[in-house]
Design a protein around this ligand. Structure first.
Ligand code: SF4
Length: 391
């Protein structure tokens, strides 16, 4: 996530809630994309540092748990830049120029000169961010799917060019022997079933068999993965897009909640300000007096009820509004209560880190160290494959 300012409830409902769930199911890496921020905000570096720490506190407040997930800052793992550089050697310019977001963003952000090398290459930086961890899944919205597709193509291209090491077959055979008699036999059978009959179940079983082999070295594991499908060594693995549903979180004016519309409630906004913001929200413009009947479909407050209220309250709103049985201030109260309730644990958790900023620094330092360890394993293989091993 780019550090572009304090996070709001739209980020919570659209992204962070999903992260909090994912951290229980997968080994997750979440990072502050500070280099990405510079691709578009290269002329305002002063905003980056404070935004980074505020954003990490927002993540922690929202429930992202450093005991379960790895949190780090992109620029503190310089291997991302190294992989970006090395991949740039094999990335056709046309692939980058074709990215739908490239033209889109240039047209949208007209106040900035984005005809820069960094901006053109930012999808490649994103690919490096993913490939360097050999990530299997990347949570993205629909608009980011082309970036994952690009990443997959790039991994294939890389493996195709560099994956055929000298003596690959012999090395793969030697690795099979290391599986032990029974498993080696099973691996061979599954491989034959896949290669001769295209049996994809056999392929999946063979992959799980390899996943279970703790004692195999990383190099042998990749060789055996590559050998299964008949190709060379799989140095970079192809990630899948894990589609997340776009957030429908409405803002205070009924449009999508977004900083650029000025209609946000920030994640840790002061309680009194939250109440005031919701109390002064616009309502159905046709409902001028308390005695006028209204229509929730024309009211932004109703949209918030749809996010926050249980059925009985929604019914109460529908009936009360259409019959002028309730006033708008009355109608807004359950929304105020629900937002404050949602924010309460976030505020409490965040306070801990605001009181002692060294906690956040330590979490990030730990995360950077863990991420670097993973990244350097991939880089060792990439360097070696590209003739830069120098052993
Ligand atoms: S009663 Fe509620 S739904 Fe109806 S106009 Fe007022 S705030 Fe909107």
């Amino acid at each position: 996530m780019r550090p572009t300012g304090s996070l709001h409830l739209g980020h919570y409902h659209g992204v962070l809630k999903n992260w909090v769930e994912m951290q229980h199911q997968f080994e997750c890496l979440f990072f502050v994309a500070d280099w990405h921020a510079l691709t578009t905000h290269y002329d305002t570096p002063q905003i980056i540092e404070q935004n980074v720490w505020d954003m990490v506190i927002d993540w922690l407040g929202a429930g992202v748990d450093p005991a379960q997930a790895t949190l780090f800052i992109q620029s503190r793992v310089p291997e991302h830049a190294e992989l970006h550089l090395l991949l740039s050697m094999i990335t056709p310019l046309g692939w980058l120029e074709r990215m739908p977001t490239y033209k889109d963003q240039q047209e949208k952000l007209t106040s900035k000169d984005l005809s820069t090398y960094g901006f053109l290459g930012y999808p490649l930086l994103m690919s490096s961010d993913v490939l360097i961890y050999r990530a299997t899944q990347v949570p993205v919205g629909e608009d980011q799917v082309p970036h994952i597709e690009f990443t997959r193509e790039l991994a294939r291209r890389f493996n195709h060019i560099y994956g055929r090491e000298a003596g690959f077959e012999e090395k793969a055979e030697a690795a099979i022997k290391k599986l032990g008699g029974k498993k080696a036999k099973l691996y061979r059978e599954l491989r034959t079933r896949f290669q001769e009959q295209g049996d994809s179940e056999a392929l999946e079983s063979a992959k799980s068999l390899l996943d279970e082999q703790q004692s195999l070295s990383l190099g042998d594991r990749e060789r055996l993965f590559g050998f299964l499908e008949g190709g060379g060594k799989m140095i970079l693995s192809e990630p899948q897009a894990m589609l997340t549903v776009a957030s429908k979180m409405p803002g205070l004016d009924g449009q999508k909640m977004s900083k650029s519309y000025g209609n946000t409630i920030s994640l840790r906004e002061d309680e009194a300000d939250v109440s005031k913001k919701i109390r002064t929200m616009p309502t159905d413009p046709a409902r001028i007096r308390r005695t006028d009947a209204g229509n929730p479909d024309r009211c932004p407050v109703w949209q918030l009820h749809q996010v926050y209220s249980i059925d009985s309250i929604k019914q109460w709103v529908q009936q009360g509004c259409r019959s002028a049985g309730i006033g708008c201030i009355e109608c807004k109260q359950p929304v105020i209560d629900a937002v404050l309730e949602e924010q309460k644990p976030m505020r409490e958790r965040a306070q801990l880190y605001l009181d002692d900023p060294s906690l956040v620094r330590n979490i990030i330092a730990d995360g950077c160290e863990k991420a670097r360890k993973l990244a350097s394993e991939t880089m060792r293989d990439v360097r070696e494959a590209m003739g830069l091993g120098y052993s």
